[in-house]
Structure formats: C-alpha cells, structure tokens
Design a protein. Structure first.
Length: 308
C-alpha cells in the first residue's frame, strides 16, 4: 500500500493541467481533488463512485474563491470532472447518467475512482500529504496561505511565503480569505442549504439561495467559529441583522422571538415573519454543529428590538 500511495502522490503532482503566462497553472483539477479528499474524510463519499451534484459544485465553488483573483472567471466544474478521467491522469473512469461511458464534459455525470487511489484515500496520512502536495504544486504562495488556513494545515516554509508574512496587512488578507471560505462552507453544508428561520431551501446545479450569516456581528467579534453561524435566506438575514427576530434557548431548542411591535408587513399568501414567533429554528436533526447560546445572548442584548 505504501508504494501505491507514494506512486499516487507523485501522480497528483504531475496532473495534465493547462498553463498560461498570465494565469499560471490551471487550478481546476487540484481544487476538485481537494473537494473529493474533504468528502471522503467527512464520510460524505463512502464508495469510489462520485456523482456530479449541487453539493460537490458548492464545495468546488468555495475553493474557487481562493483563486478567483488570479483566474478572474466563474468556476466550471465540468472541465476537471471529465478531464481527470483522461488518458494522462486516469484518476477515475467517466460515465453518463445511465452508466454508459462518457466522452464529453457535457455528458459526464458519474465517475468511479481508480481502485488503488480509493484505497489510499481512506488513509488519513495520505489525505494530509496529498492536500499539501496539491497546494504547493499548483497554487501561488498567496493562495497557499489561504488554502492552508481554510484547511487548518501548516503553511509551507518557503521564502515566498515568508516574504508575504513580512507585510502584516497582505498576510491578514490571505488568512481572512481562507477563513471566510471555511466558515461559509462549513455553515451551509451543516444546515444542508436550508434557512433556519423559514425552513426554505432552493438549489440549482450551480447555486443555492442561502447565505452563511454571523450571529455575533463579525465586524465586532471577529468570530468565524461555525457555532457563530446560521444559514439564512437573504431576507431572513436582513431581518436578523436589523433585530426584527432572534432566538433563545428553551427546553433544548432555540425558539424564535419576533419584535412584533417594530414593523408592518403584508403578504397575499399569508406567509409573514410573525408566523415564526415561538417556533423552533429549523436545524437538521443530524447537524454536527449547532449555534452556541452565548452568541444568541449577544444578539438578543445588542440587536433585538423586541422586549425580553
């Protein structure tokens, strides 16, 4: 197994990627592989079979934020999802929805990871080393800082990164980019892209409607702990920031409180903010992370407009 894993680590450092003078080495393939490694580690992928899905695209999009400054375009996951099954890379085998072989990125919707790579991916030390190799091989020093911060990995000890760290403001910007990406990814995946106020969820193949919101205002607390986060639709987020609703712990649940006397509303479909008063937040039963009560305590005292 050690020989197989070493062989795959070398192959991952020699992927068939495009390279340009302005954009450097294309990040599509290594970013998708980082997504796959995360999903294996979190138990979301339990067999070698991977389906093109909104969740996988969301993860890819979250990583793309760290390279957008260099790439200056929107992510297209179809490219690496198909190309990693090419003759040069052979990371997986490509199929259409019906299980027949696919020969185009337009039809590739299912892939099966190479058997030897799948065995390696189940080993924690391999996953750690694979992440570090991918990051140091395909990304700029500034991007390496953001990616290592996102994944909570030690930064490579290079002269280029040391030079960036000499400029405190520049270094902080790179760290914040990584933390923001981690916070958004963890929060939205934890709440399954569902608004905790309304229970509403809407997903396309490339987007979802909810945003990752902070409970204790981030500009004050600087707190990027996912327990300080909620998944909210934009309107629920707007109302939360303005103190029109909050929540308090009660009998093991977080109960919604509405500032009833501080707004007027109407709806032809009888769906109003007042309808959620005294109802529990819509938190998935299997959510691994739940809001910490202390953050809602801050919000009730400092933002909520209603009487307590």
């Amino acid at each position: 197994m050690m020989n197989e894993c070493n062989s795959w680590l070398n192959r991952l450092c020699n992927l068939n990627v495009a390279k340009s003078e302005n954009r450097g080495r294309s990040p599509h393939k290594p970013l998708l592989l980082l997504c796959i490694i995360d999903m294996v580690e979190e138990g979301e992928i339990i067999t070698p079979w991977i389906r093109y899905s909104p969740v996988l695209f969301f993860r890819f999009q979250s990583y793309w934020e760290t390279v957008y400054e260099r790439q200056q375009n929107k992510p297209d996951m179809r490219l690496p999802f198909h190309a990693l099954g090419g003759e040069r890379d052979q990371v997986w085998t490509r199929y259409m929805d019906d299980g027949t072989p696919s020969r185009s990125r337009e039809t590739t919707r299912l892939c099966c990871i190479d058997e030897s790579l799948w065995i390696c991916l189940k080993d924690a030390s391999f996953r750690q080393e694979a992440r570090l190799r991918l990051i140091t091989t395909y990304f700029t020093p500034a991007e390496q800082i953001s990616l290592c911060e996102k994944l909570k990995l030690p930064e490579p000890s290079t002269a280029e990164i040391a030079a960036i760290k000499e400029n405190a403001e520049t270094y902080k910007i790179r760290l914040v980019k990584g933390r923001d990406a981690r916070f958004r990814s963890i929060v939205l995946l934890n709440y399954k892209f569902t608004c905790v106020l309304t229970g509403y969820s809407l997903n396309t193949t490339k987007e979802n409607i909810v945003v990752a919101a902070h409970i204790h205002q981030h500009s004050i607390s600087g707190n990027d702990d996912p327990r300080n986060g909620l998944a909210l639709t934009p309107d629920a987020h707007w109302m939360f920031d303005r103190g029109l609703w909050t929540a308090e712990p009660r009998d093991g649940k977080l109960i919604i409180l509405i500032a009833k006397d501080h707004f007027n509303e109407s709806s032809p479909y009888n769906r109003t903010l007042l309808d959620y008063h005294e109802k529990p937040l819509s938190i998935p039963d299997d959510a691994k992370i739940r809001p910490h009560p202390k953050h809602f305590e801050w919000h009730r005292k400092n933002r909520f407009l209603g009487l307590l």
